[in-house]
Design a protein around this ligand. Sequence first.
Ligand SMILES: Cc1cc2nc3c(=O)[nH]c(=O)nc-3n(C[C@H](O)[C@H](O)[C@H](O)COP(=O)(O)OP(=O)(O)OC[C@H]3O[C@@H](n4cnc5c(N)ncnc54)[C@H](O)[C@@H]3O)c2cc1C
Length: 394
Amino acid sequence: MAVETIQARSGDIFTTEDETLILNSINQWLDRDVRDKVLELEHADEYPHEMVEQMKALGLFGASISQAYGGLGLPSSTYAKIVTTISEVWMSLTGIFNSHLIMAAAVERFGTEEQKQRFLPRFATGELRGGLALTEPNCGTDLQAVRTRAVRDGDDYVINGTKTWISNGIEGGCVALLVKTDSEIQPRHKGMSLFLAEKGPGFSVGRKLEKLGYKGIDSAELIFDEYRIPADNLIGGEEGHGFHHTVGGLELGRINVAARGVGVANAALNDAVAYAQIRETMGKPIGQHQAIQTKLGDMATRCQAARLLVEDAAKAYDRGERCDMEAGMAKLFASEAAMENAAECMRIHGAYGYSKEYHVERYYRDAPLMCIGEGTNEMQRIIIARQMMERNPV
Ligand SMILES: Cc1cc2nc3c(=O)[nH]c(=O)nc-3n(C[C@H](O)[C@H](O)[C@H](O)COP(=O)(O)OP(=O)(O)OC[C@H]3O[C@@H](n4cnc5c(N)ncnc54)[C@H](O)[C@@H]3O)c2cc1C
């Protein structure tokens, strides 16, 4: 195959050969250190500390941070393939670096040079890890309704409020924290700011949240009680841009979630194709029955369509284009593909699909998260519709 050049949004340049080398080393790691341990860690809901150290060594915590700040500077098209590859084995692992890298992207795109120098190298090595703290008990979709307040006090801000469902909230040391710096101003988004909040006095974990799936990775409620943070940690240094900074990161976030969806959809397809060839009924493998073949045909088509949508959105992102519609389509389609493929894989496996000794029931529990996180699928449909009209005025 001809070697092609791929350019990341950061300007870092790669070739398709580099991409193959990276994906090969990820696959080797998955085969050597991950695959056989997934069932145990999943059912114990245990944080995979050892794998986190291995992910640090692989450079995953700096995957999309540009090389100038110590990262790998990967294009999002390559990054999406990594996310899909890992999600085929254990989707939870990708959550440990996905939202971490969205936090990093907010700093790299909107932070001051001082903030980039101070945070990005530590993010890139995984020494300082974290995620996004947007959602609150009273609001998720309607982020402009957040109630967490930051009030200026000399060279600091004092923050009070509660965030919930925060991935990496327990194991991470830092979050990109969305707050109100002005609760009166209209439109509401002008009163929002995004801070880089490192753990310290006044910033504590309320509780670990128990979940249907997405085991191993921590989801937490975070409490900010008279939490004092230097004004230098306000991303970009100016109040009122937090909503814009957050929404800017969601394009990449949606591509990540879509890539996870492709991974789970692929895993379900692969398991179903294998099982259909070994399980026999009525004297022949079930894969010889047309009722099973139509399922496999639909599953394979969904995987291919979802993969192409992710690739299309990631390439648009790498070109620096506005891609909320493309990312929304990829996220919507790939997450629903994961849901449908997981359910079909379970049906094909019969009772074994319901067993905790197989991976199938995990796909079934993991898939719905992709329909909720990074903007629900209901909202993706609305974003796509609005963009269709905006791009096609009459
Ligand atoms: C495992 C997990 C991990 C998460 N990780 C994080 C994280 O790291 N950081 C973080 O900040 N958040 C995180 N979240 C929260 C997630 O982003 C929110 O759950 C999501 O944004 C939806 O918000 P909500 O749950 O408050 O639902 P709501 O906003 O209350 O929505 C409820 C329902 O109403 C629909 N709806 C809402 N508004 C409209 C509208 N205008 N039109 C049509 N339908 C509408 C929604 O689609 C949904 O079906 C996580 C959630 C989970 C489950």
